[in-house]
Write a protein that binds this ligand. Structure first.
Ligand SMILES: [Mn+2]
Length: 267
């Protein structure tokens, strides 16, 4: 089988050990690609969920086996734990079967751009974010479902009609959009402050490549809902790929190509 060659591949938020994990699509993607560097950008194994309600399929184990096989073939593999696999953070600096554990990394792209790579939970915003917003970062879809259940249970108790789904989702999405934009802003501000050209992260399950005031905000998405991987081509171009039965490019960013601004630059 011919594999597509990339300089680097970034994946995160796989959530092995969670029933919704789309391990089959990820396995197919990993087997189709070859790269010099593979970054696992956190929440790869959902240790948090495994502790609560153990769930495991053969496919989940096969993803781990594939990762070790990729490392054995000579790809430099870095595993940056996230909040769902935070227990692995204590192993930072150690190697397991050719996989290096690190708290974060600096990736220098082929075009010279310097990116900080980290999971992203450090940008959650702490106490100023209500609990439901933090939850949203982990599972947008799950949140919408449970929130709408609770919302309608409350409306029933108050004797109100069931509010149509579309309206509820719109309300939630409006707040979700704000949550995503606030997260992106905090990430980009920190990257700018620290002198990086951009930040590559995951965590909020929303893949994106966007210029925020001269700093690239790059999110590699997830393998629970959106099935996206970030790849770096040999010229340093970054591309966000969606990989299911459909394979398509969601975003592409080359050094000489302007990236659309997310929002008017903040004053
Ligand atoms: Mn996370």
């Amino acid at each position: 089988m011919t594999r597509t060659m990339f300089r680097s591949v970034f994946i995160s938020d796989v959530h092995l050990g969670l029933a919704d994990c789309q391990a089959g699509y990820l396995l197919d993607f990993l087997r189709s690609a070859q790269c010099e560097r593979l970054y696992l950008v956190g929440d790869i194994v959902d240790l948090e969920n495994l502790e609560k309600q153990p769930y495991w399929r053969d496919e989940h184990g096969a993803v781990l086996a594939e990762i070790f096989a990729i490392a054995a073939r000579g790809t430099k593999v870095t595993y940056i734990p996230g909040n769902h696999d935070a227990a692995l953070r204590r192993f930072a600096g150690q190697r397991f079967g050719g996989v290096e554990i690190a708290l974060n990394a600096v990736h220098v792209a082929a075009d010279g751009r310097r990116y900080r790579v980290s999971h992203g939970d450090e940008f959650d915003g702490g106490h100023d974010a209500p609990a439901w917003l933090l939850k949203l970062g982990d599972a947008l879809q799950g949140f919408i479902c449970s929130a709408s259940r609770r919302f309608n249970a409350l409306r029933r108790r108050l004797g109100l009609d069931y509010l149509p789904l579309s309206i509820r989702i719109k309300q939630t999405i409006g707040r979700a959009r704000r949550f995503i934009e606030d997260f992106e802003r905090r990430v980009a501000e920190q990257a700018r402050h620290d002198g990086f050209d951009g930040q590559i992260c995951g965590h909020i399950h929303y893949g994106r490549i966007v210029d925020r005031g001269g700093v690239l905000y790059v999110n590699d998405g997830d393998w629970v809902e959106h099935c996206t991987a970030l790849v770096e081509h040999h010229d340093g171009a970054l591309e966000l790929l969606h990989w299911t039965e459909q394979r398509r490019s969601i975003a592409l960013c080359r050094a000489e190509m302007p990236v659309p601004e997310a929002l008017p630059a903040a004053a």
